[in-house]
Design a protein around this ligand. Structure first.
Ligand SMILES: Cc1cc2nc3c(=O)[nH]c(=O)nc-3n(C[C@H](O)[C@H](O)[C@H](O)COP(=O)(O)OP(=O)(O)OC[C@H]3O[C@@H](n4cnc5c(N)ncnc54)[C@H](O)[C@@H]3O)c2cc1C
Length: 349
């Protein structure tokens, strides 16, 4: 590889993780982004949840997520932010009978996928988290679903890339053919569709950040009369509550209704959080795809590689995305693990 071989469009967690990986492999990298960190990566809750994010019909994604979760401790250590990575587990609770039945269904799925998860009675769930309200009827413990402070990850990645000599250009790429590099990696999150001509759409998500004592001990996910909410406590006292999910184009305005729904469901299962300070409300755009799995690999344009469409799991999938895209670019061969995520799979079908 010669100088300026690789350009990357997008300085979210995916673009920066790839930039760092490629410079570590001796390549020279330029990252284009008018506003690094302005996308989903600094809004995200940071759950690293290969178990509780698993869904029916998404087994290849579940396998990729699990493999990436295993890379996270070393990834955080390499960035010098081991304290931003929290290996406390996740407890998933349900409120009414239908919520409890849904937890049973999820447990069966996790076991079918070979993922470790343990059922809890309501009393056992409350032993783990004394703040849980009596309305909780059942629980699941996913001890290997961890979390990371995404803003610290993004800041550390920027610093690592700068230290490694990555060149940053503060501009939006509008046409891949105008980028002066041997290869362009499109990692522009929800804004990737135009650059790739592939189906990536923005899926809006609103989160609320509280501040309070660090007393939960676990990430809490809840089904509250059919609705879902999660509560991610950081050691710093930040508590991220999320997240809504809807398609409203590129609209990132926060709404009172979404804040109300998130807080109402949270306070039903964790009433004492009503005393916490309301710190922030943010909206981010998840890069969604037709099958909820990312687009990773070569495109119809031989100069363009896609690394986008990570939807709900881009934080979790950053380390494995960087490693596999690194392998692809360094060797010219598509790694086996990338094959289910071929960006052209929708054309083929
Ligand atoms: C509310 C919410 C909660 C989430 N929670 C989690 C979670 O708990 N765990 C998890 O794993 N994932 C979570 N996610 C998903 C995760 O945030 C995303 O999958 C991930 O951040 C995508 O990263 P990215 O780098 O691809 O995109 P982004 O972070 O969106 O970055 C894209 C970047 O591209 C730049 N850009 C756009 N267009 C161009 C262009 N033409 N040229 C150059 N640059 C361009 C933008 O300025 C931006 O900086 C959540 C997302 C949301 C919204």
């Amino acid at each position: 590889m010669t100088a300026t071989d690789i350009a990357i469009a997008g300085a979210g967690i995916i673009g920066l993780s790839i930039a760092r990986e490629l410079t570590a492999r001796g390549m020279t990298v330029t990252v284009h982004d008018p506003e690094p960190g302005s996308g989903a990566s600094t809004v995200a809750a940071g759950m690293l949840a290969p178990v509780t994010e698993s869904q029916f019909g998404e087994e290849p994604l579940s396998r990729l997520s699990l493999a990436s979760a295993k890379l996270w401790p070393e990834f955080a250590a390499g960035l010098g932010i081991t304290d931003a990575y929290r290996d406390t587990g996740t407890i998933f609770v349900g409120v009414d009978a239908a919520d409890a039945a849904e937890l049973d269904r999820q447990l069966k799925l996790y076991r079918d996928y070979g993922l470790a998860c343990q059922p809890l009675s309501a009393a056992e769930a409350r032993q783990h988290i004394p703040l849980l309200s009596p309305s909780v009827s059942k629980g699941l413990l996913a001890a290997t679903d961890h979390q990371v402070d995404t803003r610290r990850v993004h800041a550390a990645l920027l610093e690592a890339c700068r230290a490694a000599g990555v060149n940053f250009v503060p501009r939006r790429v509008t046409d891949p053919s105008t980028v002066d590099a041997g290869l362009l990696v499109v990692a522009a999150g929800s804004w990737s569709a135009k650059l790739l001509g592939l189906p990536v759409r923005p899926v809006r998500g609103q989160v609320v950040r509280l501040r309070g004592p660090d007393e939960l001990g676990y990430t809490v996910r809840a089904r509250v009369r059919g609705r879902t909410v999660y509560v991610v406590p950081r050691a710093s006292g930040e508590v991220v509550i999320g997240a809504t999910q809807d398609d409203r184009g590129f609209d990132t305005a926060a709404t009172a209704g979404d804040t109300n729904a998130l807080l109402r469901d949270t306070l039903e299962v964790l009433p004492e959080l009503a005393e916490y300070e309301l710190a922030e409300v943010n909206v981010g755009l998840r890069p969604g795809t037709p099958d909820n799995a990312p687009l990773l690999g070569r495109t119809a344009d031989p100069r363009v590689v896609a690394a986008t469409g990570h939807f709900r799991q881009g934080i979790l999938l950053a380390p494995i995305t960087a490693a596999l895209i690194g392998d692809l670019i360094a060797t010219g061969t598509v790694p086996e693990a990338l094959k289910p995520f071929d960006p052209l799979r929708f054309d083929a079908s």
